[in-house]
Design a protein around this ligand. Structure first.
Ligand code: MG
Length: 377
């Protein structure tokens, strides 16, 4: 047993109850199995590429906006706080958070939707499944296995959603989607930490970019209350500090609600192991009804006012064209691809070729995709 395990809640993910790695390896000496997962993720090339991938704003639009990398670090920060508060596995949750967006295409959601359209005849494209593909297959640095050979628990947290069709090919990992069960508590929490992180940092980025206004934000319940409190307490505060003080209070409020409500759920259920959490039909980690409704309101607000803002839509449209044209070009002209991929493509079926091209495009950073588009089209 790793030395921290005995201090965790009985329903936390623990090394002794881990379902292990796909390829057996000897135990690490100076760190836990989950620390090894986290360290492999940090050393992966997919992780480094996150710095040049869009969250909402394309990387070259400004240096202060979130990228996939800073987003992942913010998710990890929130998730670790949640893990500590609920006494579940903090190292595991950090590994999940840092890896959760590894499969994201360039240009955020626009990129992934377009790639999914391009791949319709070849099995489609799901970004969560792609994150799993990155850690299971695509990273190619280790001598004895493809991917990073992570533990079941980390992979369970990375695979947030999965279509039933694809779940059938995932063995033990796909089982919960077919049997409508839940992942462990760490995976449930990291999923919500993701939503908390983007909802709040997108307000920050959107406001700074001038795409959403204070008047609009004041209509949001989650925003209105902390904003007024800060204003009352610091009447002379400047706008930059006012916004930050509001946002940090907003995050604290939803995190506190999530912890309290989840503790309440745990008390009712009294789980004795991680499997007691997994066999549930519904999630254990959730907001109270009230905060859940307000969090949804915020999400909808961002959807209609930020993600559908003409300036963001313009970027989205350009991204769609770039991804579509690159896919078409590579499919019709393999010579446009790097040599190591060309060799593979000659002998393969249409599906395998399309998948290889989709992996190649998904792995691109925004700026590399733009450069490829300019070079080829
Ligand atoms: Mg995310």
């Amino acid at each position: 047993m790793f030395r921290h395990d005995s201090l965790l809640a009985c329903y936390a993910a623990q090394e002794k109850s881990s379902k292990g790695r796909l390829t057996k390896e000897s135990r690490p000496k100076n760190r836990s199995e989950f620390q090894r997962d986290r360290d492999r993720i940090i050393h992966s090339s997919a992780f480094r590429r996150l710095v040049y991938k869009t969250q909402v704003f394309v990387n070259h639009e400004g240096d202060l906006y979130r990228t996939r990398l800073t987003h992942s670090i913010e998710v990890s920060q929130i998730a670790r706080t949640l893990a500590q508060s609920l006494n579940v596995n903090e190292v595991l949750i950090e590994a999940m958070a840092l890896a959760h967006d590894l499969g994201h295409t360039p240009f955020g959601h626009a990129g992934q939707d377009t790639l999914n359209k391009c791949m319709q005849d070849f099995g489609g494209f799901e970004h969560n499944l792609q994150s799993l593909r990155v850690v299971d297959e695509l990273e190619s640095k280790y001598a004895e296995f493809n991917g990073l050979n992570l533990t079941f628990e980390t992979r369970e947290g990375i695979l947030k959603h999965c279509s039933l069709k694809n779940a059938q090919h995932l063995g033990e990992l796909g089982k919960r989607f077919i049997e409508r069960q839940q992942p462990g508590l760490e995976a449930q929490l990291v999923n919500i930490a993701d939503a908390i992180a983007y909802n709040h940092h997108d307000i920050d980025d959107g406001y700074r970019a001038g795409l959403i206004t204070l008047d609009q934000l004041m209509q949001i319940d989650l925003f209105h209350e902390p904003f007024s409190k800060v204003k009352e307490k610091f009447p002379k505060i400047n706008e930059r500090r006012l916004m930050h003080e509001t946002l940090r209070r907003m995050i604290t409020n939803v995190v506190n609600d999530l912890v309290t409500n989840t503790e309440c759920m745990l008390k009712k259920l009294n789980p004795r192991s991680i499997d007691d959490i997994r066999i549930q039909k519904t999630k254990i980690a959730k907001f109270s009804e009230n905060i859940n409704a307000e969090h949804l309101e915020l999400k909808k607000f961002l959807h209609s006012n930020l993600y559908k803002h003409p300036r963001v839509v313009e970027m989205t449209n350009q991204a769609e064209i770039m991804i579509e044209k690159l896919f078409e070009r590579y499919m019709s002209d393999y010579k446009a691809l790097p040599e190591d991929i060309q060799d593979f493509l000659q002998e393969e079926t249409d599906n395998a070729r399309a998948r290889k091209i989709s992996d190649y495009i998904a792995g691109m950073t925004d700026r590399f995709a733009i450069a490829e588009y300019e070079r080829l089209i």
